[in-house]
Design a protein around this ligand. Structure first.
Ligand SMILES: Nc1ncnc2c1ncn2[C@@H]1O[C@H](COP(=O)(O)OP(=O)(O)OP(=O)(O)O)[C@@H](O)[C@H]1O
Length: 336
């Protein structure tokens, strides 16, 4: 996956993407976040799965997100989305929905546009054609402060994208220092608490260069889940993870996969508190991440969604594209 984001672009967009300036509509009306009773607390300390099997959280997902689910459960919808870069036609009519409470993986061959669709959802890229709806409201152009619909969307970059010249504390608390009225000592406390929630202690004064790759990813996760606790309108809602386990060893991957689960509303963080992320999308290549961190999969190939299913259906799918991808076979419809 390409990580096209530099620090300055990241800072600008991350502010807008992760921390909408309000939870209010243009007219100033307060938008009440949907809180269906699906966010039950799930058991922690998942054991590594040996095969693609439904996660312990999945039962509730299956029951809740059937076709009969109310349309009000839909947080994000991509409708016939097209995107080209010059002569390269990457997305050619992508359709899918993300519902409240869902943990969805976007998978597919390299270069098929997984990162691109994530950036379009986050508002960092505009589609050439087609629409993206956020809670039923069409997103026009790039995301901006007055284009918010009460849904906070955070993007966790593949590279972690920490500011090299800032300490871990300054990185994690960046937006609160810059854009909230919280007192500095309160932010310091909250940063320590949020780092502890992702299993990091006493690293606040370190520079990013002093951290391992896995620790950087955890710091990036902490930065995306921290929020102004004095303002109850900007709770985190949806997190988009771009290859969160790329480049990590298998054990470090497991740690990050479990963290992704733990900050979800169906999980518990390292401090035993329920997570705050209503739904999330993970773009990944890694089988361990597919089976451990998500419940449902969306398979992109040749610019379109060619298969959708629950994680446990992945290896038994009769779709030849999915079969080839799952087995890593050189023979099949996917050509390199
Ligand atoms: N800003 C851009 N300008 C030009 N081409 C781009 C840009 N962003 C992405 N691309 C191209 O679009 C294609 C899809 O890229 P994208 O990163 O979305 O794929 P991906 O499915 O995430 O790939 P991978 O699995 O290898 O990470 C690639 O060929 C890439 O080079």
């Amino acid at each position: 996956m390409n990580s096209v984001v530099g620090s300055s672009v990241f800072a600008l967009n991350w502010r807008n993407v992760s921390y909408p300036s309000s939870g209010y509509s243009k007219s100033g009306k307060k938008i009440v976040n949907l809180r269906p009773a699906c966010c039950s607390t799930a058991p922690q300390n998942l054991k590594p799965a040996d095969e693609f099997s439904p996660s312990k959280f999945q039962g509730s997902s299956l029951n809740l997100f059937t076709e009969e689910s109310a349309e009000t459960d839909v947080l994000i919808e991509c409708k016939d989305v097209y995107k080209s870069f010059g002569e390269k036609h990457i997305l050619r009519g992508v359709n899918f929905k993300l519902k409240h409470g869902e943990a969805v993986g976007i998978i597919g061959p390299s270069g098929t546009g997984k990162s691109t669709i994530l950036k379009i959802i986050a508002g960092l890229l505009t589609p050439d054609k087609g629409e993206v709806y956020i809670r039923g409201r069409r997103r026009h152009g790039l995301i901006s402060d007055d284009d918010m619909s009460g849904l906070r969307i955070g993007l966790v970059f593949q590279s972690a994208a920490l500011f090299d010249s800032l300490t871990v504390r300054e990185n994690v608390g960046f937006l609160l220092y810059e854009h909230s009225r919280m007192p500095k000592d309160k932010i310091k406390e909250l940063v320590a608490e949020t780092l502890a929630a992702v299993g990091l202690k006493e690293v606040e004064d370190r520079m990013p260069s002093e951290l391992s790759g896995g620790m950087k990813k955890r710091v990036a996760l902490a930065r995306s889940i921290i929020y102004d606790t004095t303002n109850d309108t900007i709770e985190p809602e949806v997190l988009l993870y771009d290859e969160p386990t790329a480049g990590l060893d298998p054990i470090a991957s497991t740690v990050v996969e479990d963290l992704i689960r733990s900050v979800h509303c169906k999980g518990e963080d390292a401090l035993g508190k329920p997570g705050k992320i209503a739904s999330y999308v993970v773009v990944t290549h890694q089988h361990s991440t597919i089976r451990r961190a998500v419940d449902r999969l969306v398979f992109l190939h040749d610019g379109k969604v060619v298969w959708e299913g629950m994680t446990h259906e992945f290896t038994s799918s009769t779709n030849p594209i999915v079969q080839q991808f799952a087995s890593g076979n050189l023979d099949g419809p996917i050509r390199y």
